[in-house]
Design a protein around this ligand. Structure first.
Ligand code: PLP
Length: 411
């Protein structure tokens, strides 16, 4: 860090200020976490210099002996942790992993059935502004109006009507468990591939806190930086029979050289996620999300679907008469970071939204538990009523510091 400070004080200031921001507030973005110092060390290493197009033992560049070891370790760890037949650690992001899955299994124009964006799906699940919606014929399934859960009979009806070549399950804002076996049945009935986009919840799978999609899916794509607590990036697991197609779809079809510092950092995160302490962490993430959702309900907000089984809760604010955007702003002004979010059948536009999404990966990494979740719910309630709670937020996070190291050694 000293080298950065001397060479580029402006960027050094950005790094320190961001660390201060992280430490100074409550971070409730469901897709974020605090990676460990070990992961940060791998990311900040000279592995970033290495070109390594190809795969371990089959590279297009010399000098790959060392980085091969990192990627091989990562692949073995991923296969062991998730019980997968094949793992690819090279996707630069979750969107890149999904693009590679489409490329491996489909041709442009093929039909894909996935959750509708306003109901919790991701842009790569068929949005018109994304490659998925432009190059593929995507059909969306909603959640039920009554209970806000996936209606598997409706998914089956849509599959029988549209005969998709691939069905996607997994979402960005669905707080409940997904019945992967049921999706497998539906996919088999229409002869479709089943792709699970496990970006949000794969860390809970790693910690054995929720059921795994791996035995049911043809391909599982995910990000490594959410509950899993790794570096920013993507990963793909698949059956051995699809291994070559997936590998070729990542490189050379959709990517060039892998980011070997990130691949190594993914390997580190996988090692950490295999430790018993990570299972405790994953269980606590879910317990905290449940407590937070219940606490917000006690403050007059409505958890979509009545609660959560995962690391996130989607909260309908219409009972309070404020929008998601207003809530995001009021929380932000008090040091609470969360995001506005559309709720199913939302009457508001996405940039306004009727809801917020809250997640517990970061606060759980800080060591917070149920009593702190009740406190956070009460702080959010007060902030939304227009009260000033920044001092109470500071007092809370001072008791649970993120990255408790001196600033001179800023991660
Ligand atoms: N898939 C899902 C379900 C996601 O929630 C996200 C990101 O939040 C992605 C894919 C894309 O990941 P990335 O932002 O790394 O491209």
């Amino acid at each position: 860090f000293q080298a950065l400070r001397e060479t580029d004080p402006e960027i050094a200031d950005v790094v320190v200020d961001e660390l201060q921001r992280l430490r100074g507030g409550v971070q409730l973005i469901a897709s974020e976490n605090f990676t460990s110092p070990a992961v940060l060390a791998a990311l900040g290493s000279t592995l970033t210099n290495k070109y390594a197009e190809g795969y371990p033992g089959r590279r297009y560049y010399g000098g790959c002996r060392e980085v091969d070891r990192a990627e091989e370790l990562g692949i073995e760890r991923a296969k062991a942790l998730f019980g997968a037949e094949h793992a690819n650690l090279q996707p630069h992001s979750g969107a890149s992993a999904n693009l590679a899955a489409y490329a491996a299994l489909l041709m442009p124009g093929d039909t894909v059935l996935a959750m509708e964006l306003p109901h919790g799906g991701h842009l790569t699940h068929g949005s018109k502004v994304n490659f998925s919606g432009k190059w593929f014929n995507t059909v969306g399934y909603p959640v039920s109006k009554e209970d806000e859960l996936i209606d598997y009979d409706e998914v089956r009806d849509l599959a029988l009507t549209h005969r998709p070549k691939m069905i996607i399950c997994g979402a960005t804002a669905y707080p409940r468990l997904i019945d992967f076996a049921r999706f497998r049945q539906i996919a088999d009935e229409v002869g479709a591939y089943l792709m699970v986009d496990a970006a949000h919840f794969i860390g809970l799978v790693a910690g054995r806190a929720i059921p795994s999609p791996v035995p049911h899916a043809d391909v599982v794509c995910f990000t490594t930086h959410k509950v899993l607590r790794g570096p920013r990036g993507g990963m793909i697991l698949c059956k051995e029979s699809l291994a070559q197609r997936i590998d070729k779809a990542v490189f050379p079809f959709t990517q060039g050289g892998p980011l070997m510092h990130v691949v190594a950092a993914k390997a580190v995160a996988l090692k950490e996620a295999a430790q018993p302490a990570f299972a405790d962490y994953a269980r606590q993430v879910v317990a905290n999300a449940r407590e937070l959702a219940a606490g917000l309900a006690a403050e007059g907000m409505r958890p979509v679907s009545g609660g959560t089984d995962t690391h996130l809760a989607l909260i309908d604010l219409r009972g309070l008469g404020i929008t998601g955007r207003e809530a995001e702003e009021r929380c932000d002004a008090n040091g609470i970071t969360l995001n506005k979010n559309a709720i199913p059948y939302d009457p508001e536009k996405p940039m306004t939204a009727s809801g917020i999404r809250v997640g517990t990966p970061s606060v759980t990494t800080q060591g917070m538990r149920e009593p702190e979740m009740r406190e956070i719910a009460s702080l959010i309630g007060a902030a939304l009523r227009g009260e000033k709670v920044a001092d109470r937020v500071t007092e809370l996070v001072t008791r649970f510091p993120a990255y408790p190291v001196p600033l001179t050694a800023a991660p």
